[in-house]
Ligand binder design. Sequence first.
Ligand SMILES: [Fe+2]
Length: 316
Amino acid sequence: MKAGIQAAFQPTTLCPELTAQIVEHGYRGEPPLLASVLAAGLADRILTLPEEGSDVVVAWVRQICERYSLPKAVIAMLESACGTARRVLRVHPETQISEDELAALEHAIGRVIDGCLQNEQRAAEVVETEEVEAAMAGFLARLDDADPASAEHSRAVALWCKRISRRLDMNEEQTIFTARCGLLHDVGKTVTPSEVLQAPRSLTKEEWVVMRAHTTQGARMIHDIPLLRAFAPAARWHHERLDGLGYPDHLPAHEIPLHIRIVTVADCFNAMIGRRPYRLPMSPNAALEQLIAHRETQFDPLIVEAMIDVVERADA
Ligand SMILES: [Fe+2]
């Protein structure tokens, strides 16, 4: 795939920096990156899109959109990239962006957006609600028995996930799916020894190994229930980080799905504002500052921004 892009986007037709970014991130780039690449390229007058290149852009964007279950927020960013270019062209008519090139790009993006909207109309796979609800309730009951604080935290995380998803204009199916991921993300703690889970102090190195196993254990437990299998990755990967320093798989950013990035932000925020046996709760503002301090390395900046909006709106 990368070779295809490379061939289509020769530096003679596209600026070298932009080409390098596209080639480097290829089909696995992220929507925010894509939008910023487009916006930067257009706004800085460096993008000269050849007519034959537009299909490659369409294919590339479509793959990204499908991979990430494109939220409307990304569509908005793409549209805003075109808007930026239009403004640049209006203010600086001498730019290298021609009306024709811009029209070609807008047409290409328009086709992507149409495709995305059609995708959204195809109902995402939401399995039979009652059965899923019952299976999830079973897990939550076990978590309530093992550690009521973890169960309470999970319910709160599900709510935060729902609010963040709505803030990102995700559709109802994606919102429900993400909230369920939030509800189930910590079920592995049902088998974490209580002396580790409820230790009234910082954990030792050995205890951390035991604690971290809740990710793989939870994923295994969920995977064993066919109806819930789609939620297993959230249990396994909610402690992964954008910089690849998370656990258990040290995933690189492009392999962490959007809905799990949402769970991660919701989980960390709610953990920080909650009481722990060994520390007092943080204020929501202090917790948001932590999210901001660790965006790019730990958290997706787009989700952090949405979380800030959600919290500020709740305060209003
Ligand atoms: Fe966790």
